[in-house]
Write a protein that binds this ligand. Structure first.
Ligand code: FE2
Ligand code: FE2
Length: 324
């Protein structure tokens, strides 16, 4: 683990401090403009329906599960959509804790940066509340047996034991793929649940500013590191990607078992090959959603290229490639 101080940080490497000031101020202005309420704006008295599709095909990769019927594929979109909300609720626990810690460094200095990061943390607390609510609402229309047993505090404790650089790079990665998922898959798909779409529309609105703040804070932190410390931070990041994959493997197995047990209650049977295919398809979809779609995001690649050496990037790429 890196030794880090909480003293004033130097300005971002290679950038003008006044430009950064402006970026913090713009994030505050947008945060105020898009501010939304869980009930009044997102839920609006609606509920989910068993005939709803939740997660779009571009994320669930359900088209690869050619041994399933149309109704079964829709059920997979519900199972994965519920996990999609729960995974965000999970990662937002460590994101909020880290951004509060980073924001505290500005408490007696840059008040725009302080306000931008306080708003960021407040928004993530609201997102966690929204996703808990969504999980409860989904449980009302889905058969009993769904499990999401991962403790967000336990995960956060493990993540926060790593260097801040690595946690912020992971956060940037997550918040960038949120944007791509919404713009490329959730928004364009016409036959999704309107409520599910709105949950991720409002989430996306906040994440657009969060990405700007992540990038500013990663660069500020990066400027304080020696090459040796950055190299350790890169290893920490690779370790965090591996830890994310461990969570995905557990949840993919849990979700595949839940989905198959419900389908079997409706008279379906699965050959051993189909059971294996279901588990593998679920893990492939989760790796795509939470690791690979972000790792390939052009802006993430660009930021990482600015922060790391070719050799360090090679190590990250090799770790990601092992999950394909
Ligand atoms: Fe969020
Ligand atoms: Fe966020």
């Amino acid at each position: 683990m890196l030794m880090e101080t909480t003293t004033a940080m130097p300005p971002v490497r290679g950038t003008d401090v006044s430009v950064d000031e402006d970026r913090y101020a713009r994030c505050i202005a947008i945060s105020k403009r898009v501010r939304w309420d869980i009930d009044k704006d997102v839920i609006r008295g609606r509920s989910f329906n068993p005939s709803d599709k939740f997660l779009p095909d571009g994320l669930s990769l359900v088209q690869d599960m050619d041994f399933l019927t149309g109704d079964e594929k829709r059920f997979i979109s519900q199972v994965q959509g519920r996990t999609y909300a729960n995974i965000f609720g999970l990662v937002e626990r460590f994101i909020t804790a880290k951004l509060l810690e980073v924001g505290r460094e500005y408490s007696l200095g840059n008040q725009n940066a302080l306000e931008a990061l306080v708003r960021f943390s407040d928004e993530e607390l609201k997102h966690q509340a929204l996703f808990r609510r969504i999980n409860d609402m989904m449980s009302e229309i889905m058969p009993a047996g769904y499990r999401f047993d991962i403790d967000p505090d336990m995960v956060a404790r493990a993540v926060l034991s790593k260097s801040t650089w690595a946690v912020l790079v992971l956060t940037l990665h997550i918040e960038l793929f949120v944007q791509n998922h919404y713009r490329q898959s959730i928004d364009p798909e016409a036959d999704l649940s309107g409520l599910f779409k709105d949950v991720f529309l409002y989430h996306w609105k906040d994440e657009c500013q969060h990405v700007v703040l992540d990038e500013l804070e990663v660069a500020r932190r990066d400027a304080t590191l020696t090459p040796e410390q950055r190299d350790i931070a890169v290893e920490d990041f690779i370790g965090l990607v591996g830890a994310v994959d461990g969570i995905l493997q557990m949840q993919a197995a849990a979700d595949a078992n839940y989905a198959m047990s419900i389908m079997m209650m409706h008279g379906r049977s699965f050959t051993d090959d189909e059971k294996q295919a279901m588990e593998q398809s679920m893990l492939k979809a989760y790796r795509w959603q939470y690791i690979l779609s972000g790792a390939q995001h052009p802006h993430f690649v660009k930021v990482l290229t600015g922060l790391t050496t070719d050799a360090q990037r090679g190590r990250i790429q090799a770790a990601v490639a092992s999950l394909m």
